[in-house]
Design a protein around this ligand. Structure first.
Ligand code: MN
Length: 149
Protein backbone atom coordinates (compact mmCIF):
# COMPACT_ATOMS: atom_id res chain seq x y z
CA UNK A 1 0.00 0.00 0.00
CA UNK A 2 1.46 3.37 -0.97
CA UNK A 3 1.50 6.12 1.62
CA UNK A 4 -1.36 8.50 1.05
CA UNK A 5 -2.03 11.57 3.16
CA UNK A 6 -5.80 11.32 3.16
CA UNK A 7 -8.14 8.43 2.46
CA UNK A 8 -11.83 9.14 2.69
CA UNK A 9 -14.21 6.82 4.43
CA UNK A 10 -16.40 5.30 1.71
CA UNK A 11 -19.13 4.25 4.09
CA UNK A 12 -19.79 0.94 5.76
CA UNK A 13 -16.31 0.81 7.29
CA UNK A 14 -14.37 0.80 4.03
CA UNK A 15 -11.80 3.37 2.94
CA UNK A 16 -10.54 4.66 -0.40
CA UNK A 17 -8.03 2.28 -1.98
CA UNK A 18 -7.91 0.04 1.08
CA UNK A 19 -8.65 -3.51 -0.07
CA UNK A 20 -10.91 -5.71 2.01
CA UNK A 21 -8.81 -8.83 2.53
CA UNK A 22 -9.33 -12.28 3.90
CA UNK A 23 -8.53 -12.35 7.62
CA UNK A 24 -6.10 -15.24 7.20
CA UNK A 25 -5.26 -17.73 4.51
CA UNK A 26 -8.10 -20.26 4.24
CA UNK A 27 -7.23 -23.40 6.19
CA UNK A 28 -4.30 -21.76 8.03
CA UNK A 29 -6.25 -21.48 11.26
CA UNK A 30 -9.83 -21.87 12.46
CA UNK A 31 -11.98 -18.75 12.18
CA UNK A 32 -15.36 -17.78 10.77
CA UNK A 33 -16.44 -14.80 8.66
CA UNK A 34 -13.72 -12.22 9.31
CA UNK A 35 -12.25 -9.57 6.97
CA UNK A 36 -9.07 -7.51 7.35
CA UNK A 37 -8.11 -4.06 6.10
CA UNK A 38 -4.65 -2.58 6.65
CA UNK A 39 -5.25 1.12 7.30
CA UNK A 40 -1.71 2.25 8.14
CA UNK A 41 1.47 0.38 7.28
CA UNK A 42 4.40 2.81 7.21
CA UNK A 43 7.71 1.16 8.18
CA UNK A 44 8.77 4.38 9.92
CA UNK A 45 5.96 3.92 12.45
CA UNK A 46 7.05 0.44 13.47
CA UNK A 47 3.41 -0.56 13.82
CA UNK A 48 0.37 -1.26 11.70
CA UNK A 49 -3.23 -0.27 12.27
CA UNK A 50 -5.73 -2.74 10.88
CA UNK A 51 -9.52 -2.88 10.81
CA UNK A 52 -11.08 -6.29 11.32
CA UNK A 53 -14.72 -7.03 10.87
CA UNK A 54 -16.37 -10.16 12.21
CA UNK A 55 -19.73 -10.98 10.59
CA UNK A 56 -22.71 -11.77 12.83
CA UNK A 57 -21.95 -14.84 14.96
CA UNK A 58 -18.48 -15.10 13.40
CA UNK A 59 -15.24 -15.32 15.36
CA UNK A 60 -11.52 -14.72 15.08
CA UNK A 61 -8.94 -17.43 15.68
CA UNK A 62 -8.26 -18.54 19.24
CA UNK A 63 -4.53 -17.75 19.41
CA UNK A 64 -1.66 -16.28 21.38
CA UNK A 65 1.68 -14.70 20.47
CA UNK A 66 4.49 -12.66 21.98
CA UNK A 67 3.37 -9.42 20.32
CA UNK A 68 0.60 -7.31 21.82
CA UNK A 69 -2.67 -5.98 20.46
CA UNK A 70 -4.16 -2.59 21.22
CA UNK A 71 -7.81 -2.77 20.14
CA UNK A 72 -10.64 -0.24 19.88
CA UNK A 73 -14.08 -1.55 18.99
CA UNK A 74 -15.68 0.81 16.46
CA UNK A 75 -18.69 -1.15 15.21
CA UNK A 76 -21.34 -3.31 16.79
CA UNK A 77 -20.94 -5.51 19.78
CA UNK A 78 -19.76 -8.93 20.78
CA UNK A 79 -17.53 -10.65 23.26
CA UNK A 80 -13.85 -11.19 23.66
CA UNK A 81 -11.80 -13.73 25.53
CA UNK A 82 -8.57 -12.46 27.08
CA UNK A 83 -6.80 -15.10 29.15
CA UNK A 84 -9.41 -16.56 31.48
CA UNK A 85 -11.81 -13.64 31.22
CA UNK A 86 -14.68 -13.01 28.80
CA UNK A 87 -15.80 -9.42 28.27
CA UNK A 88 -18.88 -8.02 26.55
CA UNK A 89 -17.56 -5.35 24.17
CA UNK A 90 -19.19 -2.55 22.22
CA UNK A 91 -18.31 0.53 20.19
CA UNK A 92 -15.50 2.64 21.63
CA UNK A 93 -14.39 0.07 24.20
CA UNK A 94 -10.65 -0.51 24.43
CA UNK A 95 -9.08 -3.97 24.79
CA UNK A 96 -5.43 -4.57 25.60
CA UNK A 97 -4.19 -8.07 24.76
CA UNK A 98 -0.98 -8.84 26.66
CA UNK A 99 1.89 -10.98 25.40
CA UNK A 100 1.27 -14.74 25.16
CA UNK A 101 -2.32 -14.56 26.39
CA UNK A 102 -5.01 -16.59 24.62
CA UNK A 103 -7.54 -14.35 22.91
CA UNK A 104 -10.53 -14.52 20.61
CA UNK A 105 -13.24 -12.10 19.45
CA UNK A 106 -16.79 -13.07 18.64
CA UNK A 107 -19.58 -10.97 17.10
CA UNK A 108 -23.06 -11.13 18.56
CA UNK A 109 -25.61 -12.79 16.25
CA UNK A 110 -27.50 -9.60 15.39
CA UNK A 111 -24.76 -7.61 13.67
CA UNK A 112 -21.08 -7.35 12.76
CA UNK A 113 -18.32 -6.54 15.22
CA UNK A 114 -15.64 -4.18 13.87
CA UNK A 115 -12.44 -3.14 15.59
CA UNK A 116 -9.19 -1.31 15.04
CA UNK A 117 -6.12 -3.31 16.05
CA UNK A 118 -2.63 -1.89 16.43
CA UNK A 119 0.32 -4.28 16.24
CA UNK A 120 4.08 -4.19 15.82
CA UNK A 121 5.07 -4.30 12.15
CA UNK A 122 7.67 -6.96 13.00
CA UNK A 123 5.93 -9.66 14.99
CA UNK A 124 5.95 -13.36 15.75
CA UNK A 125 3.49 -15.78 14.22
CA UNK A 126 0.36 -16.60 16.19
CA UNK A 127 0.35 -19.91 18.06
CA UNK A 128 -2.72 -22.12 17.97
CA UNK A 129 -3.77 -24.11 21.03
CA UNK A 130 -2.55 -27.69 21.27
CA UNK A 131 -4.84 -30.41 22.60
CA UNK A 132 -3.18 -29.88 26.00
CA UNK A 133 -3.73 -26.14 25.85
CA UNK A 134 -7.40 -26.68 25.05
CA UNK A 135 -7.70 -29.07 27.96
CA UNK A 136 -6.16 -26.45 30.27
CA UNK A 137 -8.41 -23.72 28.86
CA UNK A 138 -11.38 -26.02 29.37
CA UNK A 139 -10.69 -26.12 33.13
CA UNK A 140 -12.25 -22.69 33.29
CA UNK A 141 -15.98 -23.20 32.61
CA UNK A 142 -16.52 -19.69 31.28
CA UNK A 143 -13.70 -20.06 28.78
CA UNK A 144 -14.75 -23.53 27.71
CA UNK A 145 -18.22 -22.19 27.00
CA UNK A 146 -16.87 -19.24 25.04
CA UNK A 147 -14.28 -20.64 22.69
CA UNK A 148 -15.07 -21.58 19.10
CA UNK A 149 -12.86 -23.72 16.93
MN1 MN B 1 -3.89 -12.07 17.87
Amino acid sequence: MSITTHRGHQGDFTWEEVPVLAYKQAGAAPFRDVTRQVLFDDAALGCQLRYFEVAPAGHTTLERHAHLHAVMIIRGHGQCLVGERVFAVGAHDLVHIPSLIWHQFRADADGPLGFLCMVNAERDRPQLPSAEDLLALGQCGLVAEFIRR
